[in-house]
Design a protein around this ligand. Structure first.
Ligand SMILES: Nc1nc2c(c(=O)[nH]1)N[C@H]1C(S)=C(S)[C@@H](COP(=O)(O)OP(=O)(O)OC[C@H]3O[C@@H](n4cnc5c(N)ncnc54)[C@H](O)[C@@H]3O)O[C@H]1N2
Ligand code: MOO
Length: 604
């Protein structure tokens, strides 16, 4: 029987398995110093089958543990040991034990025992023992270390059980070639092909199909750096200058030429103070060895000098500068062009401009930026029951909220928005509005009227003046989605339910707008978080649960559902700061399990 295993660390874990008496411990006792000698830092985990204790009665640590401490950590200046009382049924769990290892301090974990786990292992075999082979029924054996008499299949790496150097070579090769498995995100980056008989599309399939129809805008314009926020760079920004322009000081202090005489190995010789240089000015001469100038942060480092010491670490007296401690050659000096060199690529085409990018473009001396034309989005609502906010609410009606969430999200993505209002449910009104909108807009977005019952007008109109696909996406909320073209504009028909509108916008309209706007390499952000609440889904469907995440005392992100998840309840979006994405492969998720979240602070 094999037991699934997943490695929680970002370093390799390699097991050694054998029937008892084969000499596992003897081999490891020789292999460990051999690997150490070759510079490999090791952790070892051993599974003991008996009730072991590492401590002895009478020692403080033993007595305190026996007095009831669940965990006892004893530490000295050479080592520390953590003992944990953790009685479990069956075997201890290896992933949990591995999580206790300080993975930044070692290169590989060697594991003795845990024979039944689906863990990459080296099998040890001694034919004289007459014990069965393990690799014949365990696919996780990566090599067999055995003696001459053992017969092994040609495809299995064979090592000499008595040749520790050869086994060490194998371990090092395994460690060097090991790659952490790719993280599986709830929505895969690549969609499986859509089959003919498929009624529903996966989120990835819907996204792939619609993204194939989005062509990035090619028109660009020059705008002032002040107006470039949230726009996308249309061409590479090449630096016309070195940033910084000249080699300058990073501290208020003293500049001088580093020499052995003021290095830690030598007595510190006083330097002769030659003058002062302020930011925006330069020292007229060249400093000779043993000379220093007083220098301000940002001031050009004089010719001849290469090192700066901070003012508070220096005593200046009677024209002499006495360094107090060791200095490192070149310290506190910012080299000309170290941030961005002249003629180097400062910001690549396709980059969305925010505060740091605006600052960076300004630091090159640029007054304007070449940006992609702003996408124009036309938005309208449909439905006899949908009323204009500010007007009295008619019987059996609801106020229009979808137009407002769509407009706001589009504006946050740097779009120019045309509000077409609420359009009466008639073929004529829709034809006029859509034809007009498509002249000015790159994307036309409607909400409502895309589910089975009432899609008729949109369907008829778009069949005449464009093309339309009515998709059913295996997701919740946001199952129905219409996507097509009106003349040359793209058309999104989002589902009417207010939360479905927002979720569909985030998942489908957002990436389309980013591509249209010329943004390159946008991928949705996923963060791992531990769920504190039970989350329900269904295998085969992607569930977007409104969640609230926070950084917990355990140093990890935790997330909880915001409660009732009706797709008409905008309040659940207001309370949320992320979507919890439960992928198709998963059913329900229990508290304590890891999930992926998409924080949406940027757009909502
Ligand atoms: N028989 C079926 N009925 C429904 C299905 C289905 O598969 N079979 N799918 C459900 C799902 S899921 C959704 S989502 C909705 C989508 O329906 P529509 O896109 O056709 O939208 P409407 O029916 O027009 O409206 C749904 C809901 O949203 C309200 N709404 C519409 N526009 C606005 C607006 N601008 N602001 C605020 N609220 C709006 C509307 O009053 C309805 O309550 O269909 C389900 N039904
Ligand atoms: O997509 Mo609908 O929002 O599941 O109600």
């Amino acid at each position: 029987m094999s037991i699934p295993f997943s490695n929680p660390l970002n370093i390799p874990v390699l097991g050694f398995c054998a029937y008892s008496g084969t000499g596992k411990t003897t081999l490891l006792k020789q292999l460990i110093p051999e690997l150490n000698r070759r510079g490999v830092r090791l952790a070892v985990i051993k599974h003991a089958h008996h009730n072991f204790d590492v401590d002895i009665p009478g020692k403080d640590s033993y007595e305190m543990r026996k007095a009831g401490a669940k965990q006892m950590l004893v530490a000295s200046h050479v080592r520390w040991a953590l003992m944990t009382e953790d009685a479990v049924e069956g075997d201890p769990k290896l992933p949990h034990l591995l999580a206790q290892i300080e993975a930044d301090k070692v290169d590989i974990v060697l594991v003795e025992g845990f024979k039944k786990l689906e863990l990459p292992k080296i099998e040890l075999h001694r034919a004289a023992h007459g014990k069965p082979l393990i690799h014949t029924h365990d696919d996780n054996i990566v090599a067999i270390a055995c003696c001459d008499e053992t017969e092994t299949p040609a495809e299995l790496t064979r090592l000499d059980l008595n040749n520790v150097g050869q086994i060490a070579d194998f371990v090092i090769e395994y460690q060097t070639n090991w790659q952490a498995p790719d993280i599986e995100l709830p929505i895969p980056a690549e969609a499986t092909p859509v089959s003919d008989e498929q009624k529903f599309l996966s989120v990835a399939q819907g996204l792939e199909q619609l993204m194939a129809m989005v062509k990035p805008l090619t028109d660009s314009e020059q705008v002032a750096i002040d107006d470039a926020a949230n726009r996308v760079l249309a061409s590479d920004a090449i630096s016309p200058v070195n940033v910084p322009q000249q080699t300058n000081s990073a501290m208020d202090g003293y500049a001088f030429a580093y020499s052995q005489d003021n290095s830690p190995e030598h007595p510190v010789a006083p330097l002769t103070l030659m003058g002062e240089v302020l930011a925006g000015h330069e020292y007229p001469g060249t400093l000779a060895a043993g000379e220093a100038v007083r220098i301000m942060t940002g001031a050009t480092v004089p010719q001849g000098a290469d090192t700066v010491e901070a003012r508070e670490l220096v005593v200046e007296q009677d024209g002499q500068v006495q360094l107090q401690g060791p200095v490192i050659a070149g310290q506190h000096v910012r080299l000309a062009g170290e941030d961005i060199a002249k003629d180097a690529l400062a910001l690549a085409k396709g980059h969305r401009i925010h505060a740091a990018e605006q600052g960076l473009l300004a630091s090159l001396g640029l007054a304007t930026a070449d940006v992609v034309k702003q996408p124009t989005i036309a938005v309208f609502s449909t439905g006899d029951e949908v009323s204009q906010p500010g007007e009295p609410l008619k019987a059996n009606c609801i106020y229009d909220s979808n137009r407002y969430t769509i407009k706001s999200m589009a504006q946050k993505l740097g779009c120019h928005v045309i509000d077409l209002g609420i359009i009466e449910d008639s073929e004529e009104a829709l034809t006029t509005a859509l034809s007009k909108a498509s002249v000015d807009a790159d994307i036309v977005i409607s909400s409502g009227g895309v589910s089975v019952g009432n899609a008729d007008y949109i369907k008829t109109v778009l069949a005449k003046i464009g093309e339309i696909n009515f998709w059913r996406i295996n997701m919740r909320p946001g199952r129905p989605l219409a996507f097509g073209k009106v003349n040359e504009s793209l058309f999104f028909g989002l589902p009417g339910n207010p939360v479905a509108v927002m979720v569909s916008f985030l998942q489908f309209v957002q990436p389309a707008i980013r591509k249209l706007a010329g943004e390159i390499n946008y991928t949705p952000q996923y963060l791992p978080a531990i769920t504190d609440t039970m989350l329900r889904s269904r295998t085969g469907r992607t569930e977007f649960v409104r969640g609230q995440y926070h950084l917990s005392n355990d140093g990890r992100l935790h997330v909880a559902s915001t409660g009732a998840q009706g797709s008409g309840m905008l309040n659940s979006m207001v309370k949320a700061n992320c979507l919890i994405v439960i992928g198709e492969a998963e059913d329900s998720v229990v508290p304590g399990q890891q999930v992926y979240i998409q924080p949406f602070a940027e757009l909502l």
